[in-house]
Every structure is written in structure tokens, then in C-alpha cells.
Design a protein around this ligand. Structure first.
Ligand code: C2E
Ligand code: MG
Ligand code: MG
Ligand code: MG
Length: 291
């Protein structure tokens, strides 16, 4: 099938592409005003220290319940929101909501709250002001907020991205490189952009097999992080042997279904409360297996 695009050029569409384009248009239509209509919510996935499995923080993950489309995952709607220029508004909401929640949890312990930031926002002038406003509005100490960026965010306009990250760090927030290892020229990025946390992508964590040494990429990332003085966090830990091998390899922290799925706010709060009130200190959310 062929059709004219806006500039009267013939463009060929595969049937699959046509369906995808139609779906994206529909998503975009529904996304307009979704923040104002209160259709978004956050879920919170725990981060644990691998050495003792204590909760050290949460990552806020966005959920959209569209009245017309039903639940739509962020992997589907975030790219559409970026393309449609709606991501700044959405991220503003996420930052305010996540900071307010984290501030309300401060009396339950000193945990961090991580928020994902889209690639396009590192070159938009809004982000720094938006983060500063969310911190000021909530009273959350800047050091408790972690902003997660992916490497692809850094390649388009590295100079502006570096300036933006520098301004964010000057506020006192921590920075994490998300999905580390899946982008390209990771090493160059680490030299140009100062970050605090490396998040090992779950595709690498998934390759950690029982009874085998850590895959070279995981081993190398942990060593690199340690050498640079960074926290190394493993994403997508689903199996006990993965957690054990990562701990033995001196990876610092982890997230994954083994420990907890992303939780509704009240369930995340209950977990924090449980740990804060347990006798003899904070219990592990998943007991360490006996050696
Ligand atoms: P991400 O930041 O790398 O988040 C990790 C994703 O892996 C989450 O999917 C999480 O639910 C999932 N996950 C966690 N543990 C496991 C596990 O053990 N196994 C498996 N298979 N998956 C696990 P989710 O919530 O669907 O988010 C997908 C992506 O959407 C995120 O990847 C992030 O890039 C983006 N995203 C989510 N929330 C936001 C947001 O507020 N703003 C922006 N800009 N992007 C967001
Ligand atoms: Mg993330
Ligand atoms: Mg990730
Ligand atoms: Mg991801």
C-alpha cells in the first residue's frame, strides 16, 4: 500500500506499519489531557542491598489506566508521549508525585526514590527547574532522589546533556545510568558524564546461570563500577542463584521479581513500615538462604 504523507510524497506502508501508526495515533489522542484527568499512577519497585537484602529504596514506575484503551505499559506510551511533546508534562507529574511520596515516607527510614527521565528531556531546558520545584514542594532532601537516564539520552547532543546532568548534580540529586551496557560507547559516556549508579540491564542479569561464573559483561561492569567508586545495581533478578552470585561478585544492590514486583503505594509503605518497626533492626524482605 502507498499513501501520501503531509508533504505530498508517496510513502510505502507495510500493513504492520500502518497498524502501528494507527495505534500510535490513537494512543496520542488519549494521552492528551491524561495527566489532568488523573489517569496516571505510580507503582514502586523495591531496591535491596545484596549483602543483607535490606530495602534501600524504590524505583517509581509509571502506570496509565486509559478509560478507553485500558492499561497501557510505559514501554508503549512513553515513546508516543515523547514524540507528541507530552513527556515534560507527564514527567513533571511523576516527579511531584514520587517526591511527595518519598517525603511522606521519610519517617520510616532513609530510603532513596528513583525516577526515570526520558532521553529527550536532557536537552530540554525544563527538567532542572522541574526537579528543583518537585524537591522544594515536597521537602524531600535532594540526596534522596535518584534520576535514571539511559545512554541513548546522551548521544544526541552530548554537550547539552552533560550540562543538564551537571546542573542536576549541583542540586544534590543522584544520577543512575539505566539499562547499562545496552547502548553503545558506554565507557566514553562514563568519562564524559558523572553518574552515581550503574544499573546492569536485565538482559545480562538473565544470562547468569546456576553453577557458572558471572558472565564477563556482568563481572566487568561490577569491576568497572567499583573502580570508579559507583554503586552497581543489577536489574531483573528473578532467581536465587542470580542474587547469590551477584552478592559474591560484590554487586551492591538489586531489583527484580525475586525480591518484589513493582508495588502499589500502600503495599510499598507497608513493607517500609514492617522493616522500620521490626525488632533487632531491619529484616530482609527475602530471607537469605542458609549457607
Ligand atoms: P526500566 O526503567 O529499565 O524499568 C525496569 C522495568 O523492568 C520495569 O518495567 C519493571 O517492572 C521491569 N522489571 C523489574 N523487575 C523485573 C524482573 O525481575 N523481571 C522482568 N522481566 N522485568 C522486571 P515497566 O514498569 O514496564 O517499565 C518499562 C520501562 O518504561 C522502564 O524501564 C522505563 O524505561 C520506562 N518508564 C517507566 N516509568 C517511567 C516514567 O515515569 N518516565 C519515563 N520517562 N519512563 C518510564
Ligand atoms: Mg529505570
Ligand atoms: Mg532498566
Ligand atoms: Mg528499560
Amino acid at each position: 500500500a502507498a499513501e501520501l504523507d503531509g508533504r505530498n510524497r508517496v510513502r510505502r506502508f507495510e500493513p504492520g506499519m500502518r497498524a502501528a501508526a494507527q495505534a500510535a495515533r490513537e494512543l496520542e489522542q488519549e494521552l492528551h489531557g491524561a495527566v489532568a484527568r488523573g489517569e496516571f499512577r505510580l507503582v514502586y519497585q523495591p531496591v535491596v542491598a545484596l549483602a543483607d537484602r535490606r530495602l534501600t529504596g524504590f524505583e517509581a514506575l509509571l502506570r496509565w489506566d486509559s478509560p478507553r484503551l485500558g492499561p497501557v505499559g510505559p514501554d508503549r506510551f512513553v515513546p508516543v508521549a515523547e514524540a507528541a511533546g507530552l513527556i515534560d508534562e507527564i514527567t513533571g507529574w511523576v516527579l511531584r508525585e514520587a517526591c511527595a511520596t518519598a517525603a511522606a515516607w521519610r519517617h520510616l527510614g532513609d530510603t532513596t526514590m528513583a525516577v526515570n527521565v526520558s532521553a529527550s528531556q536532557l536537552t530540554s531546558p525544563d527538567l532542572v527547574g522541574c526537579v528543583a520545584a518537585a524537591l522544594a514542594g515536597s521537602g524531600l532532601p535532594a540526596g534522596a532522589l535518584v534520576l535514571e537516564v539511559t545512554e541513548t539520552a546522551l548521544v544526541g547532543d552530548p554537550e547539552r546533556a552533560a550540562a543538564c546532568l551537571g546542573a542536576l548534580r549541583a542540586l544534590g540529586v543522584r544520577l543512575a545510568l539505566d539499562d547499562f551496557g545496552t547502548g553503545y560507547s558506554s565507557l566514553a559516556h562514563l568519562r564524559q558524564f558523572t553518574v552515581d549508579v550503574l544499573k546492569v540491564d536485565r538482559s545480562f542479569v538473565g544470562a547468569i546461570a546456576e553453577g557458572e561464573p558471572l558472565p564477563a559483561i556482568v563481572r566487568g561492569t561490577i569491576d568497572l563500577g567499583r573502580t570508579l567508586g559507583l554503586e552497581v545495581l543489577a536489574e531483573g533478578v528473578e532467581h536465587e542463584h542470580q542474587a547469590r552470585l551477584l552478592a559474591e561478585g560484590r554487586c551492591d544492590t538489586a531489583q527484580g521479581y525475586l525480591f518484589a514486583r513493582p508495588l502499589e503505594r500502600c503495599d510499598a509503605e507497608a513493607l517500609l513500615l514492617e522493616q522500620a518497626t521490626a525488632r533487632g533492626g531491619v529484616p530482609a524482605i527475602v530471607p537469605l538462604p542458609r549457607a
